[in-house]
Design a binder for this molecule. Sequence first.
Ligand SMILES: Cc1ncc(COP(=O)(O)O)c(C=O)c1O
Length: 463
Amino acid sequence: MLSKKRSLATLSPEERLLSVTYGSRAFSGEIPRFEIPEEGMPAEAAYRLITDELNLDGNPALNLATFVTTWMEPEAEKLIGDTLNKNLVDQEEYPQTGVIQERAVNILARLFNAPRGESGVGTATVGSSEAIMLALLAHKTAWKKARLSRSLPDDRPNIVVSSGVHVVWEKFARYFEVELRKLPMAGERYTLDPEAVAEAVDERTVCVGAILGTTYTGHLDPVAEIDRVLSEIKAKKGWDIPLHVDGASGGFVLPFLKPDLVWDFRLPHVRSINVSGHKYGLVYPGIGWLLFREGKDLPEELVFRVNYLGGEESTYTLNFSRGSSMMLAQYYMLLRLGREGYRRIHAVSLSNARLLSKRLSEDRRFRVVGPADHLPIVTFSVAPDAGFSETGLSEKIRERGWILPAYTLPPDLTHRSVLRVVVKENFSRDMVDLLIADIDRAARALSGSGTPGHKARHRPAVC
Ligand SMILES: Cc1ncc(COP(=O)(O)O)c(C=O)c1O
């Protein structure tokens, strides 16, 4: 881009070529798509080439599909930019970064009510997926050790979860050779049934997974009831089965909005929890957290001690090198917002989500499936006689820039489709009105009717 202070006349012919028509030289020939070009191009041209192409992407602010943070304040962005060149694993060179990670782990361990007296046990990860893999691996390894120590067979381990689990659970099962026993959803129940858990577990169950809340509908699995069932099983059969809580989205909301809801380390069987910092932890993509209840939940043979970078350090991650910016940005958010800040921001998101849910429930063309009871996530389906489908609505509303995914529910509800809105910090009350107006417009266009489906109600003008 031309500096405003310099006029065109002061530029050399060479500068003009590069600056004024940035594409004319670099883009006059073909740029190989799948091979490294023989010659490079000016920095500005490379930058423009990529940013122009990225303009074809959707607008993150209108991406209601993603759970991932799409806005951070300038100071957070500055911190991220300032620390892009620090490798998180290189704790010999960047010891203070390591200290901050440890602090954040301890803060989250306490947020999730880990037993006092022990320092927090856990790690920063790239996201919840890595954290879940590491947690399940720890439980599988601990189970195998316990079996072998009693000379029992250690083959055919299994994990019991609801069919509403995120795909990473299936990845783990396939990559790490564990049977995933997925208990179906049914009727109007979108969560794990504790009684079905009691039926499904056996002596080869490595752990049970509970989700807060599910990727499909945002509902919370009844963690305390599942914990109770596991305690009964322990008393009756002697199987001490750990419970892993997938708090990818809920883990950063419930401690602030529902501190009395007991789902975390206050429950004896909850041995590990994952949470995505880049979802309701309000950090850009690239940060998740894994917390163990206490040191003995992480088998020591899984922790690697290496000295390639100078001093000896311990790692329990799938990747070795990784950026430290998002971890530091998480610490920034914890300091910057405090409990009060997270509470305030999530309370606003929840109230906007509930408003959206209310508006949809007042419209006879829609059925609300997930009404944002606990988390700011709204899922809804289209009434059978509405004259259009969830997919049709999702495609139509994209014309206005909204990204609203339509998908089928997991077994045994695969015959039902829903649309999902993940309400985030940047989704204002005005945007609720705008979205409802656009949904209405799209629905009318699709059904070929000029009649709004809403019961008569005043929709305020939005400016
Ligand atoms: C319940 C649940 N678990 C795990 C994940 C994976 O999280 P990440 O994208 O942080 O790897 C998601 C992502 O949406 C999720 O909703």
